[in-house]
Write a protein that binds this ligand. Structure first.
Ligand SMILES: Nc1ncnc2c1ncn2[C@@H]1O[C@H](COP(=O)(O)OP(=O)(O)OP(=O)(O)O)[C@@H](O)[C@H]1O
Ligand SMILES: [Mg+2]
Length: 151
């Protein structure tokens, strides 16, 4: 983890840097967020949804972008995750969201990634998802999770 600080509205803010093609540190953001949520005693289902979506988002930066930053704002009723990267961007977001679509290179597929299911899995876990991308600049993914029973 690169930074953790209390926020002025009592949310906890965690920040992580993500390095492209660095599989040794991949997953640290998801693990760190999961640890904090567990320490806070948050509901297991919420922890599972946030950890799964964060892991997929983090791995997408590792595989598809050059570098990125993930910020998690953790409050008792809602969690916001923003993942911003510098990279090639996504030319066709609708296509990227389709099950099975992947541009992952062969050596990454050999590591078990590249099924083209990450964005679909994220969508399944979140309450709200916004994906914005500029070709040759980068991609921003915003995720929002509410505690059960809230919309
Ligand atoms: N941060 C990103 N930067 C650039 N392209 C991306 C990014 N995230 C996703 N993409 C594009 O969207 C496609 C689909 O992403 P998705 O996560 O669904 O599948 P995948 O990463 O290829 O495989 P999997 O997640 O199943 O291992 C990717 O193959 C890539 O072309
Ligand atoms: Mg993926």
């Amino acid at each position: 983890m690169n930074d953790a600080r209390p926020n002025n509205d009592s949310r906890i803010v965690l920040e992580f840097r993500i390095k492209g093609m660095d599989f040794t540190t991949a997953g640290e953001a998801a693990t760190g967020i999961k640890r904090t949520m567990t320490q806070l005693g948050m509901p297991a289902d919420m922890i599972r949804r946030v950890a799964s979506a964060t892991y997929e988002a983090e791995i997408n930066v590792v595989i598809h972008a050059h570098r990125g930053c993930l910020v998690a704002k953790i409050g008792p009723e809602r969690i916001e995750i923003c993942v911003e990267d510098e990279g090639p961007g996504i030319p066709d977001i609708d296509l990227a969201m389709q099950d099975g679509y992947s541009t992952a290179p062969t050596h990454v597929r050999e590591m078990g990634f590249g099924a083209g299911m990450g964005l679909t899995n994220i969508k399944r876990c979140v309450d709200q998802m916004h994906l914005d991308s500029v070709v040759d600049k980068g991609t921003t993914l915003r995720l929002l999770f509410f505690s059960k029973g809230r919309e």
